[in-house]
Design a protein around this ligand. Structure first.
Ligand code: FAD
Length: 278
């Protein structure tokens, strides 16, 4: 069982609990992006096991009354065990998602994985049309060029600021520089993409910028935020825009919860308040 203190950020240990959470989001016009927690498997076996778990999750979503998609980490489905393992598992999951009409996102990990992730995404996007999406990070110098490549592909692109600290020769570390890069890349997407823009940020300034760009260019976008972060803002935004909540679940919740607390100490206060009921 997930202790109450962590349940602000993690939906539960089982797919059934994740689907229950997704259903409660749907009631408030928010769609869930379900993520089974797990990453960095060096051996093929656990990577294949998590890929199988995603195949079953696709079935569960398709057979339910719930609106949800999934998001997978490359190192969870085999990238550390070999690029071929990752490609095979990504292909199996995307093919099953396409068969059952469940959208499949590919998360982006540290900068050493960007090429392999984008190459795999390109194959999947060409093969499965609009049913897949990939995340790119504004804090990498290469991202403007990557966006040019992605602009011509089907599928969706989630722009985030970046959760990994890149070395100074490949990326930005100053918050102001990352914010500026995010704004520029967002504008490029609204100018050049036909749609499929996902604003993966809790930052009110970035969401406001997306609204302005939407008014200027008319391109549609969706907002994506994490479970437990600005939940009220998610429900408010859902009255006007498409909003998705990234919903982690699974038995590897402890390190994820720890990360949320470390990135923002306030998160611990929020979680404690939820437990104490105030
Ligand atoms: P920040 O720059 O952290 O914060 C800006 C402002 O947002 C704050 O000043 C505050 O006003 C508001 N805010 C932020 N957090 C909170 C909070 N807890 N409570 C209240 N207000 C808050 N990164 C990757 O590298 N790869 C991925 O695949 C990836 N996928 C993601 C998917 C989703 C749906 C989301 C939302 C993020 C993802 N990230 C991913 C993480 C991302 O890169 C950032 O690390 C993370 O979102 C923090 O940046 P931010 O844009 O939200 O705002």
């Amino acid at each position: 069982m997930i202790p109450p203190i962590a349940s602000r950020f993690v939906a539960g240990e089982t797919p059934a609990e994740a689907l229950d959470h997704a259903r409660s989001l749907n009631d408030r016009d928010v769609t869930a992006i379900l993520n089974l927690l797990g990453e960095h498997y060096e051996d093929r076996l656990p990577a294949d096991e998590d890929a199988e778990a995603y195949l079953r999750l696709v079935e569960d979503i398709a057979d339910s009354d719930v609106e949800a998609c999934i998001s997978v980490k490359p190192s969870q489905i085999g990238l550390d065990a070999g690029v071929e393992v990752f490609r095979e598992n990504a292909e199996r999951i995307a093919a099953h998602g396409a068969d059952r009409d469940v959208f499949v996102w590919v998360d982006m990990e540290d900068h050493t994985t960007t090429d392999a992730t984008l190459d795999a995404f390109e194959r999947l996007a060409v093969e499965h049309g609009g049913g897949v999406g990939v995340c790119v990070q504004a804090n990498l110098e290469r991202t403007p060029e990557d966006l040019e490549r992605l602009a011509d592909l089907p599928g969706k692109v989630r722009l985030v600021k970046g959760a990994y600290d890149p070395p100074s020769d490949v990326g930005l570390s100053e918050k102001a520089a990352v914010d500026e890069a995010y704004r520029e890349q967002l504008e490029y997407m609204f100018e050049q993409f036909d749609g499929g823009i996902a604003v993966g940020s809790h930052d009110p300034a970035m969401i406001e910028r997306a609204r302005e760009l939407h008014d200027e260019y008319g391109t549609d976008f969706e907002v994506q935020m994490l479970m437990g972060v600005r939940d009220d803002a998610q429900f408010d935004l859902a009255e006007e825009y498409e909003v998705y909540q990234y919903v982690p679940y699974g038995d590897k919740w402890l390190s994820y919860f720890y990360r949320r607390v470390m990135e923002r100490k306030q998160n611990l206060t929020f979680a404690l308040r939820a437990v104490l009921g105030r």
